[in-house]
Design a protein around this ligand. Structure first.
Ligand SMILES: [Zn+2]
Ligand SMILES: [Zn+2]
Length: 332
């Protein structure tokens, strides 16, 4: 099969022909249709995440068709359309796994990081961690739901913190793939969304307004009214104190990325008043089932820019430069 592989961190992806993968016990063989490009892929390629499999087939927002099933698979059959997310395996035995927090499992393995992913014609996945995909979505539309949507949804849940009322005025810092999905869910839930982008990113601000943001501006700007919570999708630590200054007492600042530049020191008074800063790590299968059912109901529509698999480097580069509106998707 053809694939785009990462030979070493801090290099570019190179085309390769690999042996066709075979499904082991509990696994499904998937013919990949689309794979969205996530910011985490950039962190892997740039060597900012420490333990990738090498050489690696990146990609963890995979949509495809089951071509074959290994022994013991009952969840899916040949011909089913499935989605494969970042969480590829967890131990099922540790204190985290046993308490519904498999996203924190120390032995967890991740698609497109420790397991070869979807920048390829085929991939294998543990059937227990794959999802059925609602027929209302095309392959390209569905791909960004697998991480941008799913982890965005987990971040949105965390935005309510321990407040007795839900965070009605929600700030989204960084308006890319995740934010353009989560704004639709947030509005469906009756929240008002304030979108913060890189200063001067008129396209992202226009998209935010089109999707129902009540306000859109640069991330250094003060919102027109205080926020009940903020989600940081941009991997920029300097935004943490900025967002803390924008939220009310008891408000939560959720850092949704897997990697972030250092957070500058800040005066305690902007955290005081039971404001919270927290991260969101990975996903659980429950997040996936909940979010995918909700997304089809809302219904969440995604904007995508497609690239052929062979142009994976161009897609990665476009995401890095922030010139993608919505999500970048590789088509296979
Ligand atoms: Zn575990
Ligand atoms: Zn991702």
């Amino acid at each position: 099969m053809k694939a785009m592989i990462l030979p070493q961190p801090r290099t570019v992806l190179v085309p390769a022909v690999l042996p066709d993968p075979e499904p082991g016990p509990g696994q499904i063989l998937i013919g990949v249709h689309t794979c969205a490009v996530c910011r985490t892929d950039l962190h892997v390629i740039d060597g900012e995440l420490p333990h990738p499999k090498l050489p690696l087939v990146p990609g963890h927002e995979i949509i495809g068709t089951v071509l074959d099933t290994g022994p013991g698979v009952e969840r899916f059959r040949t011909g089913d359309r499935v989605g494969v997310p970042w969480l590829g395996w967890s131990c099922g035995e540790c204190v985290y796994c046993r308490s519904g927090r498999e996203n924190l499992c120390d032995r967890a393995r991740y698609t497109g990081y420790q397991i070869d992913g979807g920048y390829a014609e085929m991939t294998v996945a543990d059937a227990r961690y794959a999802f059925a995909i609602d027929p209302s979505y095309t392959d390209a539309e569905a791909a960004p739901l697998m991480c941008a949507g799913l982890i965005g949804y987990r971040a949105l849940r965390m935005a309510d913190g321990d407040a007795v009322t839900k965070a009605e005025r929600l700030g989204l810092y960084g308006f890319g793939a995740a934010a353009h999905i989560i704004i639709q869910v947030a509005r469906h839930q009756g929240r008002r969304v304030f979108a913060f982008t890189r200063t001067g990113d008129d396209a992202a601000q226009a998209l935010a307004r089109e999707l129902g943001a009540v306000w859109a501006g640069g991330s250094e700007e003060e919102p027109p009214e205080p926020l009940d919570a903020a989600i940081l999708f941009a991997p920029v630590g300097a935004l943490v104190p900025i967002a803390l200054r924008a939220v009310v007492k008891g408000g939560v600042v959720v850092c949704a990325g897997i990697h972030m530049s250092d957070i500058p020191s800040f005066p305690y008074e902007i955290l005081w008043g039971e404001r919270m800063v927290r991260s969101v790590a990975n996903l659980t299968r429950r997040d996936g089932e909940e979010f995918l059912a909700l997304a089809a109901r809302v219904p969440v529509r995604t904007r995508t820019t497609s690239f052929p698999l062979t142009q994976a480097n161009e897609a990665v580069d476009a995401l890095r430069r922030g010139i993608i509106s919505g999500a970048a998707v590789l088509t296979v």
